[in-house]
Design a protein around this ligand. Structure first.
Ligand code: MOS
Length: 754
């Protein structure tokens, strides 16, 4: 396995001692010993248990609830329904921005998807609440649900993803296809996937007058606080959200979900602390999912294997009442070069909960279809898939012509291919068997994900005892942010890790924005970096203005901070410790604040993405069609690597999701009722250990001088892109069968039997 030498970079003097180290996660011991307190681990005195009763239909109206029967249960304290739910300050169906997803807060008796909350039962025990919910025995007026991508009128959404254009056009796609020597016209389908973090959505709410303390997992403390403040019409500062640990986020905890608010409202209603935790089956509806897609790819290539046309059309679905559109065609205009490119999205409205962000939203299903089509085109051109990609990847942004801030894709291809041993690959499919007679296939895919930054703030303090404190409302979803950001903080204050206190995960800290879009480390990292610079500048000023300091008169540019001391750059022997400076100034501490955000001008000038290449080997049983991934190598370049240990783990997670995407994961929706049928982790299949081979993730050196001052790109989502396609292409290479419906199922590869 290749390791990066991140210290080889000419880092500025304060950076490089903690950044780049493969430290184990600071929360690791707490987690493996069960001492990390997740939201549902909180049991404040007098706490009641709330359970949602959910709709068993997906479209219609609740006509009756036997509230009396539920209330007659000795353990039941209250039943909250649309009839008695306390008023909220604004309509949960009102949108004041793209991130105000409509919420189901018992505002009416209408049912718009299966597993929608229709009542909340609050009881002394969890068991009583569950029983109470059963006693409600709802009756419905049922309407015929709209299920599947053809169940309604197709329309072009105004925007897709988070405000992206629905269509892009570059050149003349018709001419590019007409003049092509080789053409691919293929349709790929990906299923709905439902958010299933190990830790389901959970909330414990404790009110004290108009103040509320909320324990709940979130990827966006500030956004959640704001939505709660507006809905309940209480000041932001009255709302304290604690979210120190998340058992996974993946986009499903990016925004406040209905059940979290129902728990908060329920607690206020009964005047006692309330806990509400979603059982696994209730994860399939009210907390968002990745929408299904049908993607049509038309590619053209000239006789030399250069793409002359890339057309990518995605048809997807949103709910009947709100808008989120999986931007799966986005990837087709950022990765491969072609004089003619067209991307477009259409959608249909279904009786389903509103889709939402899920790990690499857009890019994950889009990359699977695009990389499959590219593989088909390489074959049509008689070229090795890697050679074809090398001939076609874009040197500048394919549409705008902007240069990339950096692009180490060629290195990713080279290192990944070398490590995998790609050079020995037979060009034709169905050529290789292993010692047990299994068909062996090799496939590859290109990975890419945009380098996003959002808005985040941090505060840094240096104390008289020479220690430091950095505070930011950042989120550790399990990805290791609490460790990686602390490494940036330590370097930002020029202190060793053990002299630094790092606080995150609470809404009373500076708002760190959202942990999503693979932008958290860059955004909050820059906020911390800037806060550190601010506090050190204050210390430097104190020292340089003081005649008694060896740094007197050094001039701001002439000092460097290192290991808790400020040094004169022109004379290293003249230095002073933080403690000495503060003691002489008679101060207990100095502090400084910093903001992290994308620099607009730089984003205008450059295209910014992380890149990678993934290689996969599968083995397929020629009699049973059973597919096993036997090997995967990914090589990724994502700018400066803060912690190679954690980053590699992010890549592994993405690659495993790629396996899931290609071979396992799908929600099966009953076409008669619109209900998800596999609402448990036995039947909603995700890869388990036996499905995951030895993975290798190579960290490819990349210095990006533009993306931000720290050179950080994101690593959370890119691992899925490329990976799913690599596996699908390997299945083809093994069997000679192109499966374009995902996940690839045995019945399709079974015909590999010869
Ligand atoms: Mo992600 S879908 O931004 O957690």
């Amino acid at each position: 396995m290749s390791d990066t030498n991140t210290t080889r970079m000419p880092a500025n003097i304060r950076h490089g001692s903690s950044i780049g180290q493969p430290l184990t996660r600071r929360d690791g011991l707490l987690k493996v010993t069960g001492r990390a307190r997740y939201a549902a681990d909180n049991h404040p005195p007098g706490m009641l248990y709330a359970v949602c009763a959910v709709s068993t239909i997906s479209r219609g109206r609740v006509t009756a609830l036997d509230v009396a029967a539920a209330k007659a249960h000795p353990g039941v304290v209250e039943v909250m329904t649309p009839a008695n739910r306390p008023a909220v300050a604004h309509d949960p169906d009102e949108k004041s921005g793209m991130f105000d997803f409509k919420l189901d807060l018992l505002q009416s008796d209408h049912v718009r998807y299966a597993n929608q909350p229709i009542a909340v039962v609050i009881a002394e025990t969890f068991e009583a609440a569950v029983e109470g919910a059963t006693l409600l025995a709802p009756r419905y007026e049922i309407e015929t649900p709209r299920v599947g991508l053809d169940a309604g009128e197709s329309f072009a959404p105004p925007v897709v993803g988070v405000g992206l254009p629905t269509e892009t056009h570059h050149g003349d796609i018709g001419a590019g296809l007409a003049g092509a020597a080789h053409r691919i016209d293929a349709t790929y389908e990906t299923p709905a996937q439902y958010h299933n973090q190990l830790e389901p959505h959970a909330v414990v709410a404790v009110w004290d007058g108009d103040n509320v303390v909320i324990d709940t997992p979130t990827q966006g403390l500030g956004i959640m606080q704001d939505r709660i403040a507006r809905l309940l019409d209480i000041p932001h500062e009255n709302i304290h959200i604690r979210s120190p640990f998340l058992g996974g986020g993946f986009g499903g905890k990016g925004l406040v979900a209905g059940p979290q608010l129902l728990g908060i409202i329920a607690a206020r209603m009964v005047g006692r602390p309330v806990k509400l935790v979603l059982p696994r089956d209730q994860m399939f509806g009210m907390v968002g999912h990745r929408a299904p897609t049908r993607q049509k790819l038309r590619l053209g290539s000239d006789a030399d294997g250069h793409l002359t046309a890339i057309e990518h059309h995605t048809h997807t679905a949103s709910s009947t009442y709100d808008d989120f559109y999986e931007a799966a065609a986005e990837i087709a205009h950022v990765l491969y070069a072609s004089p003619n490119i067209a991307t477009a999205h259409t959608a249909v409205r279904l009786d389903t909960g509103t889709p939402t962000f899920m790990r690499a939203p857009g890019e994950a299903p889009g990359s699977l279809a695009l990389e499959s089509a590219i593989d088909e085109m390489a074959e049509a051109c008689g070229m090795d898939p890697l050679a074809f990609r090398l001939a076609n990847y874009a040197e500048t942004d394919p549409i705008s012509g902007k240069p990339y801030s950096s692009k180490a894709l060629r290195e990713c291809y080279a290192q990944g291919a070398a490590r995998f041993g790609w050079a020995g690959r037979p060009l034709a499919s169905r050529q290789t068997r292993d010692e047990n007679g299994l068909l062996v296939g090799w496939g590859m895919g290109t990975a890419t994900y945009p380098a996003h930054m959002f808005q985040g703030k941090a505060r840094a303090v240096i104390r008289r005892d020479g220690s430091g404190l950095v505070e930011t409302g950042a989120h550790d979803m399990g990805q290791g942010a609490w460790t990686a950001l602390a490494q940036i903080a330590a370097d930002g204050l020029a202190l060793p890790m053990d002299r630094l206190e790092f606080r995150a995960g609470s809404s009373d800290l500076p708002d760190a924005g959202i942990a999503g879009g693979s932008g958290h480390t860059a955004t909050v990292g820059m906020a911390i970096h800037n806060a550190g610079a601010a506090v050190i500048a204050r210390l430097a000023e104190l020292a340089m203005r003081d005649e008694r300091s060896p740094l007197f008169g050094a001039g701001n540019a002439g000092l460097a901070a290192r290991d808790g001391r400020l040094h004169r750059l022109d004379d290293e022997s003249r230095s002073e410790s933080y403690s000495e400076i503060l003691a002489r100034a008679g101060l207990d501490e100095v502090d400084g604040s910093g903001t992290g955000a994308a620099d607009e001008a730089t984003h205008e000038a450059y295209a910014m993405h992380a890149h990678g290449a993934v290689f996969a080997e599968v083995k397929v049983d020629p009699d049973l069609g059973q597919i096993r991934v036997s090997r995967m190598v990914g090589a990724f370049a994502a700018g400066r690597i803060i912690n190679p240990h954690l980053v590699r783990s992010q890549y592994y997670g993405g690659m495993i999701w790629g396996i899931s995407f290609a071979l396992h994961e799908r929600a099966i929706i009953d076409p008669r009722t619109g209900r998800p049928m596999n609402t448990n982790l036995a039947e909603y299949q995700v890869p388990v250990n036996a499905d995951v081979p030895s993975l290798e993730a190579i960290i490819v050196d990349e210095v990006d001088p533009h993306v931000n001052a720290l050179g950080i790109k994101g690593v959370g989502e890119i691992g899925i892109t490329g990976s799913a396609g690599a596996i699908a292409n390997a299945v083809y290479h093994a069997t000679g069968i192109r499966v374009r419906q995902f996940p690839i199922s045995l019945d399709r590869t079974m015909s590999a039997a010869a």
